[in-house]
Design a binder for this molecule. Structure first.
Ligand SMILES: NC(=O)c1ccc[n+]([C@@H]2O[C@H](COP(=O)([O-])OP(=O)(O)OC[C@H]3O[C@@H](n4cnc5c(N)ncnc54)[C@H](O)[C@@H]3O)[C@@H](O)[C@H]2O)c1
Ligand SMILES: [Zn+2]
Length: 354
């Protein structure tokens, strides 16, 4: 069973909060207008910026040369990768430049990959503008693009020098995108932070969306969990798998329905895996009810959109090639999880049991 303790958070007089993922890679929580410029190196900065963010916050990237890309999953493609490389060449960008990704998970995943491959690698940093990006995608050093409908098929492990998370930028997020980020927050709470779970239980969706101080605490707590896990296991050798809680089924739901965004699918996956954990005898039924209750309160659907057998089949489809067992993360309490090796054949039984 895994338990975590939070580390490395320093509070400063100006309320800037810094979290070290590695000594070379830090997350800074605070207003971007104030925090960004001291973090930038004395180099030529080229921003790769989400078009919606650039339109909503024109002054954010105004000081930099800019390559504007659309937000949304289709941008994580080989075609946009080529467009961004070509723009960099047109700008005569050399190895002395610094790339700044400004946007949600799509832009930071793309920028991280571009930066770690353009001219064999240039330094980079991020401004995270979505809740999901802040608590999950921008931190941890994984980047990449999709190939032929397969998610994240090419990518590298490479940390940004910094990530700036400014929760006030999330005010303009469409409600559905904000909610999607909350699913990853609930996931983090179930993995490692019972207090965060209680905090979420004691506030409404509207409060979480509008109370900047509350949102700051929620983001900070989620980030600490991600940073602790990544620090312990950068290349996903073991512990990092805990971050996949609820994701086996979530990926199957996303792939099989095309109706849910990632966060919505994660919410359904979290509920399903909690119920499966009760059947497996590792989680109390009352805890599974709390998890489902919280997700319902936040406005998520929680029941399976397709029969469990169909989803289980989709979930193991690619795994059969890799061997006949896979790791499944089960919650064992609010704030603790375990990693079980399960045979591919047993997966269907587990999900059908709920
Ligand atoms: N690298 C990792 O470890 C990791 C982890 C989790 C998720 N991801 C990836 O992250 C991606 C999803 O990220 P996402 O949910 O941030 O999606 P996204 O980047 O597509 O952003 C969602 C939408 O919000 C818009 N947007 C961004 N910031 C905004 C703002 N401040 N105000 C208004 N609109 C804004 C974007 O234009 C887009 O339409 C997926 O591709 C996923 O694979 C990566
Ligand atoms: Zn996820």
């Amino acid at each position: 069973m895994y338990y975590f303790c939070a580390t490395n958070l320093s509070h400063r007089a100006d309320m800037k909060q810094i979290l070290e993922v590695t000594p070379e890679s830090r997350v800074v929580l605070g207003r971007v207008a104030k925090q960004l410029s001291p973090l930038l190196p004395d180099r030529r900065v080229i921003a790769i910026v989400d078009a919606a963010v650039d339109a909503l916050y024109p002054s954010l990237c105004a000081p930099f040369e800019r390559i504007v890309v659309e937000g949304g999953e289709p941008t994580k493609s080989l075609a946009s990768l080529e467009r961004v490389y070509s723009s960099l060449i047109e700008l005569s960008a050399d190895r002395e430049c610094f790339l700044l990704g400004v946007g949600g998970g799509v832009v930071t995943d793309l920028t991280g990959f571009v930066a770690s491959t353009y001219m064999r690698g240039v330094p980079f940093g991020f401004v995270s503008t979505t809740l999901l990006g802040a608590v999950d995608a921008s931190v941890g050093g994984k980047n990449g693009v999709n190939v032929g409908g397969y998610k994240n098929m090419v990518g590298t492990f490479s940390h940004p020098q910094f990530v700036v998370c400014d929760v006030e930028l999330f005010a303009t997020l469409p409600e559905r995108e904000f909610r999607a980020g909350l699913a990853e927050v609930v996931k983090s709470a179930v993995i490692a932070d019972a207090r965060l779970f209680e905090l979420l239980e004691s506030h409404t969706f509207e409060e979480l969306r509008s109370d900047v101080a509350l949102l700051g605490e929620v983001v900070e707590r989620s980030l600490r969990i991600k940073a602790d896990v990544v620090r312990a296991d950068f290349r996903e050798g073991g512990l990092r798998r805990v971050l996949n809680l609820g994701h086996t089924l979530a990926h199957a739901i996303e792939k099989s329905t095309h109706r849910y965004n990632h966060g919505e699918a994660v919410a359904i996956g979290l509920c399903a895996i909690s119920k499966a954990a009760v059947v497996q005898g590792v989680l109390a039924a009352a805890d599974a009810e709390r998890i489902e209750g919280l997700l319902c309160k936040l406005g998520f659907e929680t029941s399976l959109p397709l029969p469990a057998a169909l989803l289980a089949e989709a979930a193991v489809k690619d795994k059969k090639r890799a061997g006949d067992v896979l790791h499944v993360i089960f919650p064992t309490a609010i704030g603790a999880v375990c990693d079980r090796t399960v045979s591919v054949d047993a997966i269907a039984q587990i999900f059908e049991s709920i």
